[in-house]
Design a protein around this ligand. Structure first.
Ligand SMILES: Nc1nc2c(ncn2[C@@H]2O[C@H](COP(=O)(O)OP(=O)(O)O)[C@@H](O)[C@H]2O)c(=O)[nH]1
Ligand SMILES: [Mg+2]
Length: 410
């Protein structure tokens, strides 16, 4: 009998222990962190504004429910997600570079990643007229948060076309050297300008994308960019954009405008109504005022560059020979195309992208903006309101109000 009672006591004790264990585990205060879930590499954030915000997220669990971990909890230090939520655009960065540009492009990538792409993880296409070295590929792929792709430019896109008289081109280079025109004696610079004008957007690696952001070696970004600039372009029906504009050296493009006029006479259908002719000409198209968007920075639409209008334009210019008989830059070539073949409101000035390429700086006008976006540029370096910039003219032609405080930062 005594043995039976002992058994019964054991059973009751075990039952109480099980009930107690169940109670403890179900009321456990171990918090379940509410991290955004990731699917296919994209964060599936519930709250995009929180994902985009730099403010620390609110604590997920009240202090009283925190487990004792033997250390002092700091409920205010929950971090926002490392990447922004929402869908991505079909977009890529694109850089034309030589292997010797490795350290200068590394610097640019860090700027772009730190200020923008670490939150968006867009791809990066590198193009070169030579094979990229393993060292170049290893370093750049370690710096870019998105996928990296490396392409070799086909020979026919980086050589003299058959209709170019090589002796005539060589003579021009000699003359330009004597006149000390920048890059005047360089063959490779001319191939580069022609490639950027007419071919980069047709490279097989670029054919996968609709949007591009061009990045050159040794550029800097000075403010945080907290939204998707590609999406901004798409949502607002923009096709081309800039941060800096200025006047081109006349000696490098003496016959460019006449060639453009031949093109518009042959293809009047490619010139759109409501364009920005006024920005590039002060006499209704008779002459060119040499204003251009500085193309070392561009965010643009690749389908526009691949359109019949742009291809007809580039082909006309290419056959005229000015890439080799003069030294036409891709900046005036792109800018004239954008000014004539896009509607005014398809061109966007990114006042909020603070940018540097030697020797000019675009530092956003307005102190509050600069503080809010952690800008590190000196507003005194801002080129926009300088007489050699064409940005004030862009504001006037587009009847846009200049940013608040611009008179003070003049
Ligand atoms: N692959 C390659 N890239 C070049 C060559 N020349 C210039 N580039 C690239 O073309 C872009 C413009 O050249 P850059 O020297 O920056 O000219 P600048 O900004 O007009 O002074 C940069 O991205 C360069 O890396 C070249 O011969 N080969
Ligand atoms: Mg450059």
């Amino acid at each position: 009998m005594a043995g039976q009672q002992r058994y019964l006591r054991y059973i009751v004790f075990a039952l109480v222990a099980i009930v107690l264990l169940f109670f403890i585990s179900s009321s456990s205060s171990v918090p379940s962190a509410q991290w955004p879930t990731y699917k296919g590499g994209q964060p599936q954030s519930q709250d995009q504004s929180a994902a985009d915000s730099n403010a620390p997220a609110a604590p997920q669990t009240p202090q009283s429910e925190k487990p004792s971990t033997g250390t002092t909890p700091n409920p205010g230090n929950a971090l926002p997600p490392a990447t922004a939520g929402g869908p991505r655009m079909n977009a890529t960065f694109v850089t034309l570079a030589r292997n010797s540009d490795i350290w200068e492009i590394a610097e640019s990538i860090r700027h772009v990643e730190d200020r923008f792409n670490r939150k968006f993880n867009y791809d990066w296409v590198f193009l070169n007229d030579d094979d990229f070295s393993d060292e170049f590929k290893k370093l750049t792929s370690s710096l870019v948060s998105g996928k990296t792709k490396y392409g070799k430019i086909p020979k026919e896109h980086w050589s003299f076309p058959e209709w170019i008289d090589q002796d005539k081109a060589a003579k021009v280079r000699e003359e330009m050297k004597e006149k000390k025109i920048i890059y005047g004696d360089s063959i490779s610079y001319r191939h580069m300008c022609r490639y950027e004008s007419g071919f980069f957007f047709r490279h097989p690696l670029m054919m996968d994308y609709e949007w591009y952001w061009r990045v050159e070696p040794s550029v800097k970004l000075f403010c945080d960019i907290e939204y998707d600039t590609f999406k901004y372009m798409a949502d607002n029906k923009k096709k081309y954009s800039f941060t800096l504009s200025l006047y081109e050296y006349v000696e490098t493009i003496p016959t460019l405008w006449d060639t453009v006029k031949n093109f518009t006479a042959t293809y009047p259908q490619h010139v759109v109504k409501g364009n920005s002719l006024k920005w590039i000409s002060e006499d209704d198209g008779k002459t060119y005022n040499h204003c251009h968007f500085w193309s070392n920075f561009e965010i643009g639409n690749l389908n526009w560059l691949r359109s019949d209008a742009y291809i007809d334009y580039f082909t006309s210019l290419d056959h005229a020979g000015g890439f080799f008989y003069e030294r036409w830059g891709d900046a005036p070539v792109h800018s004239i195309a954008a000014a004539l073949m896009l509607k005014k409101d398809e061109i966007h000035f990114f006042n909020d992208i603070a940018y540097y390429h030697v020797p000019f700086t675009h530092c956003p006008t307005g102190e509050q903006y600069r503080l809010d976006h952690k800008c590190s540029c000196n507003p005194k370096d801002n080129f926009d309101w300088n007489g050699y910039s064409c940005t004030a003219r862009f504001y006037e032609v587009n009847e846009m109000e200049k940013p608040e405080g611009y008179e003070k930062e003049h």
